[in-house]
Design a protein around this ligand. Structure first.
Ligand code: PEP
Ligand code: MG
Length: 754
């Protein structure tokens, strides 16, 4: 059954539109469970109907015509209950409804399985049998498993269909796709799709101007691969038996055969670029082989895919170097890496869209740092088909609009201009303090990690850098940077910001931030070896970093050091010991170090409960609300499936932060917040009301938050907080805080993303 299931899903993914996909489903399912009828009803929520969309066994003329009211008949019952309805004699069931148009009178056995995705019923998969038949538990599970997979496939097929409509009539169509998280802001530009260098099935189609040149590029790749196979075969002669070497000969034969090479060339001549043409041809042939009855021939499908991959790698070697970025680039992909993002010249990068990831993934933080609007977790985005299309990124509604109509384009351009206007209008706040109308002050700091944003921070009137993510420099290298190299970086950062404080966070890798040259393979990376745990286990690396920081601090006095992921007193003592040890050693080496201010991040729940002890050991505390939320709510901050559950305004998170603030106050030590919530108006309002001393955020949010603070009375925020702390869910708390901001005339702050 598993094989059949896999094949059906694979076949559906290869279809071009929804109706082809549905027709294929009904035929294949009917054959798989040996039944008389298989049909798919799709639920049209706007009209309140289940519509028969495909059938194998009922009258073909009924397709599109038979419409059941929501909940009507046994099909409707499966949809309303969102569970399978399996009855051996349908007409005897009280919910049965006779519909003449389907010609279904003679059918008795009935099973309807809802097609559900993310809590929403998309339709019902129905099988029927002329005689009485109770579908077995195995058959029911098969249909349930298939339906669960179909929801995603149907959604994809719908998107593909919508894209084709856009191709037919570029101006009238508009396709919106929703994400789960964003970096706020609006952008419009041309999609540039990036993909992992090795994924053949994810290569996009792309139009080309010079098919002849592309064809010759492909021929060269084939010739080079043939020569390489020849060479490999020769070399293996000494190592492998003849039978084992047959693979190379088979590959050589495949490459010399007309089908694969000519099929690709034909597609290139028709206007597709070589990688896209290769993908289409290879998948077509691999599918043919995969369906063969002979097990030996079926196995050859894997060889074809492998060979296709090798050819693609060859084609991509030059492609990577030659990537062209248009002036308004919207970077798009299944998953965008930090280096792919940094590969785009900053002045050209206008937006970012990715299938995976959430608002607190590393690349999202970087996008925010650079002020680039982004939408993440667009699970039904088909990047392969979007290269070169115009795309609008709306980080406020967390949506992407593919090929906006001219009216919509105008609307987006107007909003983008308004945004720029608002931010210009806030410039006069640059050098004013973040102080409420009744003179309560707090400090606003910037989150940073690159030279580009640190220079911008200096010019935007911030009172310091509250979080410098030192690991970003580690990502941009192919090995650990040495003490000298790091000292140069940190000195430069301190010099740019002087006399304002700079909080350098020690290396925080692991979790979602593995270093390419320090691979960590774990089942549960967020609960594994990350942050300070790595630093303590690798004192060599840790001390190199601490020495580099201290050397920078010897030149400029504005250094503070922050330890990430502290989980308890023991870890903090060890980290402090190593810091002291580095200080002593440097002094012994003749470096005149100053003892810096030292702080901890509170992002592990255990640190909340030990805050009274921990805070006495350091000079300040910084709440890392991104991780604290993830760990308190047990919601992976990078998993778009559970992104709806991730909300730092959850009452439990607010209670934890309040406890930390109270702990800091009792010990007379300042408490700041440097997670993403610091830059969100509703959250910042509540944090200020709790009495945090500083908020550290990306620069894009800074003046807006300052504007908010300067427009309200601290006294009034106390009531808002008191009421919020009595509420039992994040949505109500956000609504409550936003209503207050609205009443204060700050509604233009409220176009908030997720
Ligand atoms: C946090 O966890 O809130 C934080 C600021 O650290 P990072 O996002 O880099 O993990
Ligand atoms: Mg963190």
């Amino acid at each position: 059954m598993l094989d059949i299931l896999r094949r059906i899903v694979q076949d559906i993914n290869a279809t071009r539109d929804l109706s082809e996909a549905l027709n294929l489903i009904v035929v294949e399912v009917k054959a798989a469970i040996h039944t008389d009828v298989c049909s798919v009803y799709m639920t049209d929520h706007t009209r309140g109907e289940h519509v028969l969309m495909a059938t194998d066994g009922l009258r073909p003329g009924a397709v599109g015509k038979v419409r059941l009211k929501l909940g009507q008949g046994l099909t409707g019952l499966a949809a309303t209950r969102a569970e399978p309805v399996n009855v051996d004699n349908a007409p005897a069931h009280p919910a049965f409804r006779y519909i003449a148009a389907t010609g279904e009178a003679p059918f008795r056995g009935f099973i309807g399985v809802p097609i559900v995705r993310r809590r929403k019923v998309f339709g019902v998969l129905v099988s029927q049998q002329r005689e009485q038949r109770k579908y077995t538990a195995d058959e029911e599970s098969f249909l349930v498993t298939l339906a669960a997979q179909l929801a995603g496939c149907i959604n994809q097929a719908e998107i593909r269909q919508a894209l084709e409509r856009l191709d037919d009539d570029a101006l009238s169509g508009t396709l919106f796709l929703e994400g789960v998280a964003s970096a706020r802001g609006l952008a419009i530009g041309e999609a540039v799709v990036v993909f992992p260098a090795t994924a053949l099935d994810r290569v996009p189609d792309k139009d080309i101007d010079d098919p002849e040149a592309e064809a010759s590029r492909f021929r060269q790749a084939v010739a080079a691969e043939l020569a390489e196979l020849q060479r490999l075969s020769e070399r293996m002669r000494l190592l492998l038996a003849a039978g084992d070497r047959a693979l190379f000969d088979a590959y050589g034969l495949l490459l010399s055969s007309d089908s694969l090479v000519n099929g690709t060339l034909e597609r290139i001549i028709a206007g597709n670029w070589a990688p896209g043409a290769l993908r289409a041809t290879v998948l077509e042939y691999a599918n043919i082989f995969a369906e063969m009855d002979d097990p030996y021939l079926r196995e050859r499908a894997a060889d074809i895919l492998d060979l296709g991959q090798r050819l693609l790698d060859r084609l991509q070697e030059e492609q990577v170097v030659n990537r062209h970025y248009p002036d308004h680039t919207i970077l798009m992909g299944e998953e965008i890496s930090v280096s792919q993002l940094l590969d785009v010249p900053p002045e050209k990068l206008k937006g970012l869209v990715s299938v995976r990831g959430t608002g607190t993934s590393h690349v999202a933080l970087l996008a925010r740092g650079l002020g680039v609007p982004a939408v993440f977790g667009v699970s039904n985005l088909p990047p392969g088909r979007l290269n070169g299309r115009e795309v609008a990124v709306d980080g406020y509604t967390v949506r992407v609009c593919i090929q906006p109509s001219s009216a919509l384009r105008q609307e987006y351009l107007k909003l983008i201009a308004e945004e720029a206007e608002l931010s210009r209008g806030l410039q006069h706040l640059r050098d004013l303090p973040a102080e409420t109308l009744d003179e309560h002050r707090l400090e606003l700091h910037a989150n940073s990690g690159l030279f580009a944003d640190i220079a911008a921070a200096r010019n935007s009137g911030v009172q310091g850098v509250g979080l410098y993510r030192s690991e970003l420099h580690f990502f941009l290298r192919d090995r650990f940077p040495g003490e000298e190299e790091q000292a140069t970086i940190y000195t430069r950062v301190l010099r740019i910001m002087e006399p304002h404080p700079v909080v350098l966070r020690t290396l925080d890798v692991g979790g979602d931030k593995p270093l390419p040259y320090f691979p960590i393979s774990e089942q549960n990376p967020f609960l594994g070896w990350r942050g300070i745990r790595i630093s303590l286990d690798q004192p060599d690396l840790f001390k190199t970093q601490l020495r580099a920081m201290l050397r920078a601090g010897a030149v400029y006095p504005n250094l503070a050091i922050l330890f990430p992921m502290i989980g308890g007193v023991g870890e903090l003592s060890e980290a402090l010991d190593l810091l002291r040890c580095s200080e002593v050693e440097l002094r012994e080496d003749g470096v005149p170090v100053r003892t810096p201010r030292v702080g901890i991040m509170v992002e592990v729940p255990s640190a909340v409960y030990q805050i009274d002890r921990l805070v006495r050991m350091v000079d300040f505390v910084s709440v890392g609300s991104n991780d604290l939320t993830q760990y308190l709510l047990a919601v992976d901050r990078n998993n778009d499936r559970v992104a709806k559950l991730y909300d730092p305004l959850h009452p439990a998170v607010l209670l934890a932060i309040r406890q930390v603030v109270e702990g800091g106050q009792a010990a007379g030590k300042p408490v700041g917040v440097c997670g993403e919530m610091a830059g969100d108006p509703a959250s910042a309002l509540l944090l200020m009301a709790m009495g945090v001393d500083s908020l550290s955020m990306n620069l894009g949010s800074l003046l807006k938050i300052k504007w908010m603070i300067r427009s309200i009375r601290y006294e009034a925020t106390q009531d808002v907080l008191a009421e919020a702390m009595r509420m039992d869910n994040a949505a109500a708390i956000r609504e409550h805080a936003n209503t207050f901001l609205d009443q204060q005339g700050l509604s233009s702050l409220l176009r908030v993303g997720k």
